[in-house]
Ligand binder design. Sequence first.
Ligand SMILES: Cc1ncc(COP(=O)(O)O)c(C=O)c1O
Length: 386
Amino acid sequence: MTDSPYPDLDWDVTRSRARRTKRWSVYGPDVLDLTVAEMDLPVAEPIMDAVRDAVERQAMGYPVPPARSGLPEVAAKWLTTVHGLATEPDGVGLLPELMRGITNSLRLFTPPGSPVVVPTPTYRSFFGAIELADREAIEAPMATGPDGYRLDLDRIDAALAAGARCVLLCHPANPVGRVFRPDELAALARVVARHGARVISDEIHAPLRYQEEFTPYAALSEETRAHTVTLFSASKAWNIPGLRAGFIALTNPDDRTRWAALPGAATGGISPLGMVGSAAAFEHGGPWLERAMGYLTANRELLARLFTEAGLDEVYRPSEATYLAWLDLRRLGLDDPSRPLLAAGVATTPGPDHGAGGAGFVRLNYATQPEVLTDAAARIARVLSS
Ligand SMILES: Cc1ncc(COP(=O)(O)O)c(C=O)c1O
C-alpha cells in the first residue's frame, strides 16, 4: 500500500504465506485466515540481525545455561524499567513457552488437586494447561456493562471459597482486550489474600496496548509480589513465537528456590535462537514496537469504521490492548458464529473456545494488511445481513 504511514511495516500477505508458519497455512487461498495470533508484519531488524548472526554461528546446539547467558539480566531490566515490575535477574526463569510456566506453577505452588479460577472469556490454551496439571478449571465469567468487561469478584470469591487456590489471570485480557486498572486489581488482590490463594498473571500482551497506563498485578503491593508469579515474553509483541522462548518472574524468594529445584524436563527447552531474539527485542525492539502500535491503531480504527459504515456498530468495540478483536455476533443467534463466517471465507476463532461468555462471539486477528481487513469486514457484514 503506497499511502500507508508505515510503508516499512506494510507487508504483503503473500510474504506471510511464504513464511510457512501456522498463519496462512491452514486454509486454502480463498479463506482470509484471521485466527492464530501471529502478525502479518515484518520482524524487527534488530531481532533479524541477532537471529541471522546466531544462524551464521550455527547456534543450533543446546542453550547456554541461563546464569551464563546474560538473558535473565536483560529480561529483568526490561521487566523493571519498561513493563513496570521490579525484578532481579535471579527472579527470572527461562522457558520455551508460557503454557509450561502455567502447568509448572500450578503443580509447584498450589495444593494437589485444587481447582483453578479462570476469569472468562480467556486464552483458550489455558484450559489445556490446567488439564495437563491435573487441575479443574472453575470459570468465573466476567461481568459486562456499558464500559465493557470487568472481573466478577463475587464469582471469583465463591470459587475460592469452594476450594480453588489460584486465579489464572490474563492481563491484558485475551480475547476481550481489557487492561485491568489498579483499583480493579487491588479489589481482586483483597479477595485472593482473604483466601490465602495464589495468582498466575499472564502479561504477555502488555506491550501491545493502546494506552500508556499499565500496572502489572504483582507490582500492586508487597502482598501481590508474594502471592503471584508473572509470565511474560517477547514472542507476542515482537511476533517471534516460533523462536521458542518465554519467561516467568518469580517475585517471591521462596518460589525461586522451589522453581530452581524443578527438573530440566519441566523448565528446559528454550532455544538459542529464542534467547538471542528475545534479548534483541527487549534491548532494541522499542522503536519497532512503537511503529507497530501505530500500524495496529490504524487497523483498529479502520475495523471500527468499516463496521459502523455497514450499520453494525454493536459488533466491534475497540479494546485497550492486543491486536485481537472480540466481535459480538449474537444477532446471528448461534453459539458458534465462526461457522457461517468460514463459509463466507473468513476464518476466526470460535467464541466458545474461550470459555463461558464466549457464545455468540468470535475472535479476529487484525494484525494484517488493511486490504485484508476491508475484505473480511465486507464478508462478515454480508453474513450478518443475509
Ligand atoms: C495470553 C497468552 N498467553 C500465552 C500465549 C502463548 O505464547 P507463547 O507461544 O509465546 O508461549 C498466548 C498466545 O497467543 C497468549 O495469547
